[in-house]
Ligand binder design. Structure first.
Ligand code: BGC
Length: 254
């Protein structure tokens, strides 16, 4: 198994990527970032991934892991909240093979973040149930039980305040409504309290770019469950996508 993999994290506003070292989870190259193409169709985005692979001169023998902001069931996207609707029904590994001429393992973005945090970050060695949430364009969730991921859990679409949780409490919503940290945290409080009641986890890990500012909002939350920022910060998706490429048993092998 190669000691390097290329991880790609596709988000609603940016596509991030890097060559990741298996032993440490460290990035071997500078963290690359492209704006998400608009319209954000599968073809346009996979072509942008091709640009990133070319920029990094990624060898054909290296595994590639790609995370996307939607569930991925045996390679296929059942629904898509925050990118073009053309993703629905797309078999992503097949599309990557067709457009880029190479295989890739494709996983949900929050599952990737959870894999990264388990292997190298805040969830490493934690027994019991860890819920990794990502606060970004949407709200992503990955559940890990004794180090093993339960894939495609969609807790961002639970209902709070009578609405889809991510349309109240995502980081994008904070920006859109110009919410102060305090007002946003009161929405997060209702959200995490609800998730806590449903799952009684041992740990919450909070990822997404806004986790860099965790000091502004995590101390405002009042939960039984410890809640910590993702140790890999906004690299969790890239590192986790690479981790999925090395370890995936539910996606197609490379
Ligand atoms: C999607 C999830 C994704 C999350 C974060 C949600 O809208 O349904 O699959 O993990 O956004 O991108």
């Amino acid at each position: 198994m190669p000691d390097l993999a290329f991880g790609v994290d596709i988000g609603g506003s940016a596509i991030k990527a890097g060559l990741v070292e298996r032993s440490s989870g460290a990035l071997r190259t500078e963290f690359a970032r492209l704006a998400t193409p608009m319209p954000s169709t599968p073809a346009a985005i996979i072509d942008a991934v091709g640009t990133l692979l070319d920029l990094h001169e990624v060898s054909r023998i290296l595994p590639v892991g790609i995370s996307i902001p939607a569930p991925v069931v045996h390679g296929v996207v059942p629904y898509m909240a925050n990118l073009d609707q053309a993703w629905v029904g797309t078999d992503v590994p097949t599309l990557v093979q067709e457009r880029l001429g190479r295989p890739a393992v494709v996983v949900n973005d929050a599952d990737a973040a959870a894999l990264g945090e388990v292997a190298f970050g805040a969830a490493k060695g934690v027994a019991g149930t860890v819920i990794v949430t990502t606060l970004g364009t949407g709200i992503g969730s990955g559940i890990v039980v004794d180090g093993k991921l339960v894939p495609n859990v969609e807790l961002g679409h639970l209902e709070i305040d009578g609405q889809d949780a991510e349309s109240r409490a995502s980081a994008r919503q904070k920006d859109l409504e110009g919410l102060s940290w305090t007002r946003w945290a009161s929405r997060l409080q209702r959200y995490y309290l609800y998730v806590e009641r449903l799952f009684s986890p041992d740990l919450f890990v909070v990822g997404g770019a806004i986790s860099e500012d965790a000091a502004h909002f995590l101390p405002l939350l009042n939960l039984r469950t410890p809640i910590v920022p993702a140790a890999l910060r906004n690299r969790a998706g890239v590192v986790g996508a690479a981790q999925a490429a090395w370890t995936s048993s539910w996606s197609r092998p490379f």
